[in-house]
Write a protein that binds this ligand. Structure first.
Ligand code: ADP
Ligand code: ASP
Ligand code: MG
Length: 462
């Protein structure tokens, strides 16, 4: 069995949906279970709808709701599957849900986190049903398996995590029998349900996580992540247009890249695959025959010539510098700092310590003022905003430690606030001003990936 996950751009219009349906059919003998994102940018429009409703702009909120539903109806019509009675019932229930949720937000003037998740889940609900109706209309027997019935999560709305034991029972009971037959199971990515029966979402881009989670539980032969790029690239192509496809990556390399911002994979998506050793392929739905990137624990030969495989960056980073000459060396000082971050449920990305201070980066600033207040009880605190983490990843870094010098001499024109090298021996990360992301990443890309770099690693062979 395989898992095939299609992102928003891979299903954005009739041509794209017809193309991925062919790709699914070609793999039918491998028993694919299909995971879909919302169509195009429809999750963005649902988020906009809740923001507009929270500002009590009734007219605009209703206009967006009507636009959302008519977009999906038109697409189903253009695909020729809108006479499916099940699909008509889905549109009616989505219309009712939109009205109920938007009215609730308009009335209260704010968006409760569980309400936001309920609204955001409607994009995947529509896409899963439209794609299933289309597959059935071309004679490919398929069925929606509702993700909320099989993915049980914690109650962290907007950033939920699936619970392994609870979900495992349901996935094996409900999804597995469908996927083992000749029926294609199509499920929504991104969403689940908490133990109280409320809809949750796994964070933006969370369909990747749904796919690897299901793949790990079903011990799939592989998980395919279908997107709009040729695979995992040496950098984000929107800022480095010459970024190149990476043919093979280890689980660890891909996990670090995803965590440090390579948007093509959700930050937590590699974890289930690593735990269960399930290979992940990142593929381009516009070029279905291209080999893409293979992520696994198999080590192909010929990688030793390249120190780095890819550069990622994460924007919107805040640096918190905590100093206390009196306390720093004192037993328990660092522990008391981290206890505060833990208490306010704020994950920390990079940490570095000097003789007089500890620097910590965070990206979630929702509890920053409380954290700052607590830290000020025993230390001086400086907060630097609008920073970015740049992260270079590659397993060969373990052997080539001298490379750090060449990175920072090349970046001598830019302020570097914090460096972390060694926490993981396959990455070097450092903090810069957000406005310098593009020049810094391009400078490093030219340094490490100029044409002529190892063709066995980046080569354009299929
Ligand atoms: P999908 O809708 O298919 O899930 P995403 O927009 O979430 O697609 O992710 C794909 C996008 O990730 C690409 O279009 C690209 O702009 C961006 N991206 C950022 N870093 C990388 C990288 N290192 N390799 C490939 N794509 C990247
Ligand atoms: N539709 C969701 C989003 O846009 C999830 C996903 O695409 O993976 O973030
Ligand atoms: Mg994505």
């Amino acid at each position: 069995m395989i898992i095939m996950k299609f992102g928003g751009t891979s299903i954005q219009d009739t041509t794209a949906i017809k193309r991925i349906s062919e790709t699914i059919l070609q793999r039918k003998s491998e028993h694919p279970a299909v995971v879909v994102s919302a169509i195009g940018n429809s999750t963005d429009s649902l988020e906009e709808m809740s923001a507009v409703a929270a500002q009590k702009d009734r007219r605009q909120a209703y206009a967006l709701a009507i636009q959302f539903i008519s977009f999906h109806k038109k697409l189903a019509h253009a695909l020729g599957c809108d006479d499916d009675s099940g699909l008509q019932a889905v549109f009616t229930s989505v219309e009712n849900d939109l009205r109920r949720i938007v009215d609730n937000i308009l009335q209260s003037g704010h968006v409760a986190r569980h309400i936001r998740d309920e609204l955001s889940s409607l994009g995947e609900y529509c896409s899963a049903h439209i794609i299933t109706a289309y597959l059935n209309s071309i004679g490919c027997d398929s069925r929606v398996v509702d993700a909320r019935e099989i993915i049980v999560t914690d109650s962290q709305f907007g950033n939920a995590h699936p619970l392994v034991e609870e979900s495992s029972i349901k996935i094996k009971q409900i999804l597995k029998p469908v996927a083992e037959k000749d029926t294609i199971a199509v499920m929504q990515g991104f969403i689940g349900r908490d133990t109280f029966g409320r809809t949750t979402t796994l964070g933006r881009g969370g369909s990747d996580y749904s796919a690897t989670f299901i793949g790990a539980i079903l011990k799939a032969d592989r998980v395919e992540i279908w997107s709009d790029v040729d695979g995992v690239l040496t950098a984000d192509p929107s800022i480095v247009p010459k970024a190149r496809r990476i043919r093979y990556m280890s689980f660890q390399e891909a996990a670090e890249l995803a965590y440090f911002g390579a948007k093509v994979l959700h930050p937590s998506s590699l974890l289930p695959a690593i735990e269960h050793g399930i290979p992940v392929r990142v593929l381009n739905s516009n070029r279905p025959d291209y080999a893409g990137t293979e992520i696994s624990d198999q080590k192909p030969k010929g990688q030793q010539h390249c120190v780095f495989k890819s550069i990622a960056y994460k924007e919107g980073i805040t640096v918190i510098k905590v100093s206390s000459t009196r306390m720093l060396m004192a037993y328990g000082f660092i522990a008391s700092i981290f206890e505060i971050f833990e208490r306010y449920q704020t994950p920390v990305d990079l940490i570095s310590t000097s003789e007089v201070s500890v620097s910590i980066t965070i990206d979630d600033t929702s509890r920053l003022s409380e954290i700052r207040r607590e830290l000020l009880r025993f230390a001086q605190v400086e907060v630097l905003q609008k920073k970015a983490i740049v992260c270079l990843v590659g397993e060969a870094l373990k052997r080539e430690t001298a490379v750090t010098g060449s990175i920072f001499s090349e970046l001598s024109d830019f302020v570097v606030y914090q460096i972390s090298h060694g926490a993981s021996d396959i990455n070097i990360s450092f903090v810069i001003d957000e406005e310098n992301i593009s020049p810094v990443v391009n400078t490093l890309h030219t340094l490490f990936f100029k044409n002529g770099a190892d063709e066995r690693l980046f080569g354009s062979e299929l």
